[in-house]
Design a protein around this ligand. Structure first.
Ligand SMILES: C[S@@+](CC[C@H](N)C(=O)[O-])C[C@H]1O[C@@H](n2cnc3c(N)ncnc32)[C@H](O)[C@@H]1O
Length: 340
């Protein structure tokens, strides 16, 4: 590919990651952070069979080797676990001594929706006194842990496939951290009806491309090293308002990775860009971003998010004089940009 035709940083491109990653300048990416479709039946991934999904993940990881800078990292955020109906699995002879099912019916949810047409899932849940998951389940019958299947469900781990794909690509699995999500469940009335637990954590797999990696302890404040820089478990509340994109990750996730693993003006890639969270984090940390996303509506959403972030930054910059006086009231280090 001719250098003039490479994808340009600070842009979000619409298209398939498998095609567009080939158009990125070799050795140019300082960090790639993404969360792919998880194969759990979300709207944006309905087109993939399990085999196609595996192929997507493997191909995308494989395409990273040439574009990463030597010594740079690819971070894959994914939940390890999938549920499959399995005809051969004997039916579990469950004897539920006490079944706690949210009393809310589908009709009640539909009625509330009619009464409050502008309400999102969280707001409807508050009105109905149930969890956001119950509202979704009543409306769409979604239950990612297998409740929708008549056959028994067994679980399947995907981390091995991801590790192998990295290895095959010439990348080394360097570390893994755990993102503990929370809280989406803390206030909920959800209780397991079996011995299966709710999915409340995901992984961050760190792949490294051989080369010189500058380890700069000055990148983070001492407090940040203690609180998360050196920690394997990151507790970050998940995004509650998932009504404009089904699976946003919280901005704190890419922000930490960006602060830990890159320097200002480095290029940060997300080839499953979704609503633009990684790009916003990159802008917030004064890095360049490069985004790829299959669906036009999310490309537009991501571009809008970046634009808003830049506007906020300009506003802060324009008022820098006044803000300089603020430390008298608020210690300088506490001045952060408003979170979404
Ligand atoms: C888990 S979501 C990412 C969400 C994102 N991290 C955020 O915070 O908004 C995965 C995204 O990958 C997109 N996607 C699915 N297949 C793709 C493909 N082949 N190439 C690029 N993007 C794809 C989906 O449309 C979806 O927005």
């Amino acid at each position: 590919m001719k250098p003039g035709n490479y994808l340009k940083p600070d842009n979000i491109y619409k298209g398939d990651a498998r095609k567009l990653l080939k158009k990125i300048e070799p050795d140019s990416i300082s960090l790639s952070v993404w969360s792919p479709p998880y194969h759990v039946g979300k709207e944006y991934e309905k087109q993939y069979s399990f085999e196609e999904w595996v192929d997507l993940i493997k191909s995308v990881i494989g395409l990273h080797y040439p574009i990463l800078k030597p010594g740079a990292f690819l971070i894959v955020n994914i939940a390890d676990i999938l549920c499959f109906p399995d005809k051969n699995m004997p039916r579990i002879q469950a004897m539920n001594i006490r079944r706690q099912i949210a009393a809310v019916t589908r009709e009640e949810v539909l009625e509330a929706q009619k009464k409050y047409p502008s309400y999102n899932r969280d707001e409807l849940a508050a009105v109905l006194g149930c969890s956001e998951q119950t509202v979704d389940r009543r409306l769409h019958g979604n239950n990612i842990r297998g409740g929708k299947y008549n056959d028994q469900t067994r679980i399947h781990l995907v981390s091995g496939m991801i590790e192998d794909a990295g290895k095959k690509a010439g990348l080394f699995l360097y570390d893994r951290r755990v993102w503990v999500k929370d809280a989406a469940w803390q206030n909920s009335k959800w209780h397991t009806l079996s011995y299966r637990a709710v999915d409340e954590f995901e992984y961050l797999f760190f792949f490294w491309k051989p080369g010189v990696t500058v380890v700069n302890r000055n990148k983070l404040a001492a407090k940040e090293w203690v609180e998360w820089g050196s920690r394997a478990v990151w507790s970050i509340p998940s995004v509650r308002a998932n009504d404009n994109h089904e699976a946003k990750f919280p901005i704190e996730l890419p922000r930490r990775l960006i602060r830990l693993l890159t320097s200002p003006r480095d290029i940060v890639l997300d080839c499953f860009m979704g609503s633009g969270t990684t790009a916003v984090a990159a802008v917030r940390e004064d890095r360049k971003y490069l985004g790829i996303e299959l669906h036009a509506k999310y490309v537009e959403m991501a571009k809008k998010m970046v634009k808003e972030e830049m506007k906020t930054r300009r506003l802060f910059a324009d008022n820098a004089e006044e803000l300089r006086d603020l430390p008298k009231l608020v210690p300088h280090k506490q001045l952060t940009f408003p979170d979404r």
